[in-house]
Design a protein around this ligand. Structure first.
Ligand code: G3H
Ligand code: ZN
Length: 287
């Protein structure tokens, strides 16, 4: 079923596991993710950046594509369609188009402005039963043009934003979008612990899920992280499998150039990553 992210995250928070947000890019991504979560009986959040929505011909088309694939495959597990790192304007457009969950990322605004805009987005989304994610501090690195300095979140600011009624809360704790540099210091568990203490059991979100070692992910879950975002790792797997297929010359053999064959290994690569993440986060059989 296509639902908001609220209940699936509260259940994860109470039972001590994480739900994966897997970012999608096209039909192959949607099919790969939905098939895998249905097999594993896991809830999932489909992340859609504004750039990815544009690539997929707009928010309405994203919603229609996901709904149609969901119905076609007979998916029964909870699936949320979530705007990832939304702008203020984009948040309202995605809400209007039928997204069931919205991240308003106001982390680049001065704090008071982030707070005021988050409140507006919460009011509009909750009126439609749509869940909201806010962000304080910033995630390092770059994703689809969203660039973050990687500053650690201030727990006092987290407390105030959490009190706006947001359903989930992303805080910068040393996490970075994309591949982690060799000299990465790891997640700041001290910051995470402080944030957890002041945010009233709201499910916390860990961005930059690509390449965080499994033990750190598990420790983060034990400290209140209920949603982990993964994007780059699926893209790397898709690219690698596609390259292997072409380098082996398979596109030149018996109709191997047919996109249904050409894109199959990459799609299997996405499925493998999704399966690994769901097993690590502990959400299998939690639908
Ligand atoms: O918002 C999406 C995520 O934070 C993805 O991060 O590309 O490093 O996995 P990632
Ligand atoms: Zn992110």
């Amino acid at each position: 079923a296509i639902v908001s992210a609220k209940d699936m995250l509260l259940k994860a928070r109470n039972e001590g596991y994480g739900v994966a947000q897997i970012n999608i890019n096209n039909l192959e991504w949607i099919k790969a993710v939905l098939q895998t979560v249905e097999e594993l009986k896991s809830p999932v959040i489909l992340g859609v950046s504004e750039g990815a929505a544009k690539y997929m011909a707009g928010y309405k088309n994203v919603v229609e594509m996901v709904k149609n694939v969901h119905d076609f495959l007979g998916v029964t597990v909870p699936v949320a369609i979530h705007l990832d790192h939304g702008t203020y304007e984009g948040s309202f457009k995605a809400l209007e188009a039928g997204f069931t969950s919205i991240m308003f990322d106001g982390s680049h605004y001065p704090f008071e402005e982030n707070l005021a805009k988050t409140k507006e987005v919460v009011a509009a989304c909750h009126a439609k039963g749509v869940s909201v994610e806010a962000e304080v501090g910033s995630i390092g690195g770059e994703e689809d043009g969203v660039i973050g300095a990687g500053e650690l979140a201030d727990p006092a600011e987290c407390k105030i934003i959490a009190a706006t009624g947001v359903d989930m809360f992303a805080a910068g704790i040393g996490n970075i979008h994309g591949k982690y540099p060799a000299n990465w210091k790891g997640l700041s568990f001290d910051t995470l612990e402080e944030i957890q203490k002041v945010t009233n059991n709201i499910p916390l979100v860990l961005h930059g899920g690509t390449g965080i070692p499994g033990d750190q992910v598990k420790r983060a879950i034990s400290l209140g992280v209920s949603k982990i975002n993964v994007n780059t790792e699926c893209q790397l797997a898709f690219a690698e499998e596609t390259r292997k297929y072409i380098e082996a010359g398979k596109d030149l053999q018996s109709k191997g150039f047919d996109p249904r064959k050409l894109l199959a290994p990459g799609t299997d690569g996405i499925k493998r990553v999704v399966r690994e993440k769901i097993e690590l986060f502990g959400s299998a059989n939690k639908a």
